[in-house]
Write a protein that binds this ligand. Structure first.
Ligand code: PLP
Length: 410
């Protein structure tokens, strides 16, 4: 969002307050122009012969967003067979979809194989079973490089105690299983975690992975995962994509030369592509003064946006209804009957009942983590595409809560 004449606006001058009038609150709004900007920025940061960006769709799984990604030229990274099915529905070819699950059943793997998508294996027993059953289907191997990186312990998934991936020290076993079963390795992968600040950590992981890669002659791609950080706070640090891009491109080109063939370099960004494109608009139900604190109570809660409570994440918040007011401090809290605090002691332009607040950076891991706790309904989603607003998900109704319930005679 940008500020024009003291008011926040989305691309093409669209006023978020008008969207709330039209679609109601709470409301998720995504700006396709921002997604496109981020896609292009990331794509042009890597100067290699063959580059592929696979959108990690667990960040934002709306089918219309997936279609936008497809149009931009992206592939897809999926973590469940349902995400695979959504990707196919959105128009991705099976081979543009990578299935990167963690600890799933053989039945789910088989379902993915039957849908024709690329398979990423993250544990040795699965590799063995898979090799016995599908020796002719080439796989990608998810390697755990044992590097501590990422915003915090929950989002750091490549360290030694993480459940993700096959330890880099177990690669000799991988090789033995592949030789015994006749499996071929088409790709090698790591994903060390979300919010990686230091390009050194990223480069160390890259080095480890490329070192492992040279022992496997059938590769067609190397997938370095994601972890690109975007700014959440004012003056926040962000990954210097251009600098990282140069370093990795140089290293990757040298690798391909030594390997003897051009391979495809793959990344699977989630947050980087969609976080900043999203705004979550909520209405203030009450402003409540206690002895020491002023609470701004909004018509949402951790049922719609759980990141602050789940990860301690910071989301910038603005008062769209009173952008020029006097700054005051508030605890912004939800309506769920649990402690669901979005922000503590946060300076906001003076808040009144009925005001619309905006949570910024609400594109990634916000709607996709929403749930129906307290029998609350999920909000609507709107996509600004080519300068116009489009409803891409209707607000839930009571029927949605009852749909799968079976009422017995009591
Ligand atoms: C979640 C996930 C990503 C995306 O991470 P971001 O921090 O959102 O970019 C990439 N790869 C895998 C395997 C993931 O599980």
């Amino acid at each position: 969002m940008t500020i024009e004449h003291g008011r926040m606006q989305l691309s093409n001058g669209i006023d978020p307050l008008e969207l709330v009038q039209k679609y109601g609150a709470p409301l998720y709004v995504y700006d396709a122009a921002v997604i496109e900007r981020q896609y292009k920025r990331l794509h042009s940061a890597f100067k290699v012969k063959s580059l592929r960006l696979n959108f990690a769709c667990k960040a934002l799984t709306n089918v219309s967003v997936l279609r936008l990604m497809k149009k931009l030229g992206s592939g897809l990274d999926t973590v469940s067979v349902q995400e695979v099915q959504m990707g196919l529905m959105a128009g991705f070819a099976p081979q543009e979809i990578m299935f990167t699950p963690s600890g799933v059943s053989m039945a789910e793997m088989e379902a993915a194989v039957n849908l024709g998508v690329r398979i990423n294996v993250d544990n040795l027993p699965m590799l063995e079973q898979f090799g016995l059953k599908f020796p002719h289907i080439p796989v990608c191997i998810r390697v755990n490089p044992h590097i501590m990186a990422g915003g915090n312990l929950q989002t750091s998934v490549g360290h030694v105690d993480s459940k993700f991936g096959i330890s880099v020290h177990q690669l000799p076993l991988v090789k033995r299983i592949m030789d015994n079963t006749g499996l071929k390795m088409e790709g090698i992968h790591m994903h060390t975690g979300s919010d990686i600040l230091q390009s050194e950590a990223f480069m160390a992981g890259t080095e480890l992975l490329l070192n492992a890669a040279k022992d496997y002659p059938d590769l067609s791609f190397v997938n370095l995962g994601s972890g690109f950080k975007v700014p959440y706070k004012p003056n926040d640090v962000e990954t210097d994509i251009e600098e990282l891009g140069e370093k990795i491109s140089t290293r990757f080109k040298a690798f391909c030369k030594a390997y003897g063939r051009e391979l495809t370099l793959v990344f699977e960004p989630g947050k980087f592509l969609v976080s900043e494109a999203g705004s979550f608009l909520v209405r203030v139900n009450a402003v409540k003064q206690t002895t020491s604190t002023v609470f701004a109570c909004v018509d949402s809660g951790f049922n719609h946006l759980i990141r602050p409570m789940f990860y301690g994440s910071y989301h910038k918040i603005s008062n769209l209804s009173n952008p020029q007011g006097k700054m005051q401090h508030y605890n912004i809290v939800g309506y769920i009957c649990e402690t669901d605090t979005f922000a503590t002691n946060r300076a906001l332009s003076e808040v009144h009942e009925g005001d619309i607040l905006c949570f910024h950076n609400a594109g990634a891991y916000c709607f996709s983590m929403a749930n129906n706790y307290n029998s609350r309904l999920l909000p609507a989603e709107v996509l600004i595409y080519q300068g116009k607003d489009h409803l891409i998900r209707e607000r839930q109704t009571l029927d949605d809560l009852l749909r799968n319930q079976v009422q017995i005679e009591i």
